[in-house]
Design a binder for this molecule. Structure first.
Ligand code: 5GP
Length: 184
């Protein structure tokens, strides 16, 4: 049986990665994205992302090898189509942790996606989380916040909307959704 595609999205800084780490459900292959952004301290090439040049990224798009791709605050991010197709055909579920423009492309192209959108309890909360993470300068942080406001308007496109009020609670809710969906 073909695997299921899980699209896990939400504004930058909303806590997608932290929630995923707190989840117990792990019956999926995580899709490692391509990105043109610089590697951050604590990240590893080939684990967090495949860090590539703009030229390489563009060549993958031109060759039709991306399931989706998006510009996000000055950098490109995208999902490797062959990886996703191969795993789904092998009956594995595939987990995409991606921003909203890319998620919408996937929802348009692929049927029967388990789409989950994470929202912050409030924009103020999101701002303090992004500041707390301390990985961006003020200008980038403001851009990410503006983007987040736009992205929150897109939640109706998703099958499930989960509020990240508390990481463990949100992770449990998603464990429940995925166990239910993947059994079905
Ligand atoms: P960051 O730079 O903080 O790692 O990621 C910025 C945003 O890009 C996050 O919302 C992250 O989930 C998203 N992202 C990561 N990989 C992909 C991808 O392959 N495609 C798209 N569209 N977004 C991605």
């Amino acid at each position: 049986m073909r695997g299921k595609l899980i699209v896990f999205s939400g504004p930058s800084g909303v806590g997608k990665g932290t929630i995923r780490e707190a989840m117990e459900f792990n019956n999926f292959k995580f899709s490692i994205s391509l990105t043109t952004r610089d590697i951050r301290p604590g990240e590893t090439d080939g684990i967090h992302y495949h860090y590539v040049t703009r030229e390489f990224f563009q060549s993958r798009i031109d060759e039709g090898k991306m399931l989706e791709h998006a510009e996000f605050v000055g950098n490109s991010y995208g999902t490797d189509l062959e990886f996703v197709n191969r795993e789904l055909e092998n009956g594995k579920n595939v987990f995409l942790e991606i921003e909203c423009q890319g998620a919408l492309q996937v929802l348009e192209k692929v049927e029967d996606v388990i789409s989950i959108f994470i929202v912050p309890p409030s924009i103020d909360e999101l701002e303090s989380r992004l500041r707390g993470r301390g990985t961006e300068d003020e200008e980038t942080l403001q851009k990410r916040l503006a983007k987040a406001r736009e992205e929150l308007d897109l939640q109706d496109h998703y099958k499930y909307v989960v509020v990240n009020d508390q990481v463990d609670r949100a992770a449990k809710e998603i464990d429940g959704i995925l166990s239910q969906e993947i059994k079905a």
